[in-house]
Design a protein around this ligand. Structure first.
Ligand SMILES: Cc1cc2nc3c(=O)[nH]c(=O)nc-3n(C[C@H](O)[C@H](O)[C@H](O)COP(=O)(O)O)c2cc1C
Length: 169
C-alpha cells in the first residue's frame, strides 16, 4: 500500500475476526513502531503484547471504552520507560508517534486497529499499572487492539481547506 493511501484509508476497527496475527507480522508492526520519530531520538518506548484471551477479556472491566478487546486476538500496550527519558515529558508525544506507526503498518497488512487512550487519565494509568503489575518507571500511554476486521471500514471525508493558514492565523 502506498503511504498516502494507508493514511487516508485507515479507520478505527472495533470488531475483529477470530483469526490470530502471526508473530512475524506482530514483530513487523512493532518494528514500524520503533522507527517513529522521538525527541532527542530517546526512543523511550516499551511494548507489551497481550494475546492471552483471559487478559484481553478482562480489559473492558478496567477501561470503559475498550470493549473491542473482547474480539481482538491481541492488543499492544504502548508504554513509556521513564529511565530512557532525555527530554522532560516528551515521552508522551514519542509514544503517540509510535502508536500511529503501529496503526498504519497494521493497516498496510490489512489488519484493523483502534487507539484506546490511557494517558492523561490518572484512573486509566493506575488501572493498567495494577492490571499488569507494571514497575514505577513504566507508564502506559495507549492500548492498540488489533485483528482482522469483522466490520465494514468506511472511508472518511476530512480535508478542510479552512484549517490551513499560511504565515499567520
Ligand atoms: C488519543 C486517542 C484516544 C482514543 N481513545 C479511544 C477509546 O478509548 N476507545 C475507542 O473506541 N476509540 C478511541 N479512539 C479512537 C477515536 O475515537 C477515533 O480515532 C476517531 O473517532 C476517528 O476515527 P477513525 O480512527 O476511524 O479515523 C481514540 C483516539 C485517540 C487519538
Amino acid at each position: 500500500m502506498e503511504t498516502f493511501d494507508a493514511i487516508i484509508t485507515r479507520r478505527s476497527c472495533r470488531k475483529f475476526k477470530d483469526k490470530k496475527i502471526s508473530k512475524e507480522l506482530i514483530e513487523e508492526i512493532l518494528k514500524a513502531a520503533m522507527y517513529a520519530p522521538s525527541a532527542y531520538n530517546e526512543q523511550p518506548w516499551q511494548f507489551i503484547v497481550i494475546d492471552d484471551r483471559k487478559l484481553l477479556d478482562e480489559i473492558p472491566n478496567i477501561h470503559p471504552h475498550a470493549n473491542m478487546c473482547k474480539t481482538a486476538p491481541l492488543a499492544i500496550l504502548v508504554c513509556a520507560d521513564l529511565t530512557k527519558e532525555l527530554s522532560e515529558n516528551m515521552y508522551v508525544l514519542d509514544c503517540a508517534a509510535a502508536t500511529q506507526n503501529i496503526m498504519l503498518s497494521a493497516h498496510d497488512q490489512n489488519i484493523g486497529s483502534v487507539w484506546v487512550g490511557i494517558y492523561f487519565r490518572k484512573d486509566h494509568i493506575e488501572a493498567f499499572t495494577k492490571f499488569l503489575n507494571l514497575p514505577k518507571h513504566i507508564v502506559p500511554i495507549s492500548l492498540v487492539p488489533l485483528g482482522y476486521p469483522d466490520e465494514e471500514i468506511k472511508k472518511a471525508t476530512r480535508f478542510k481547506k479552512d484549517r490551513i493558514h499560511y504565515n499567520s492565523f
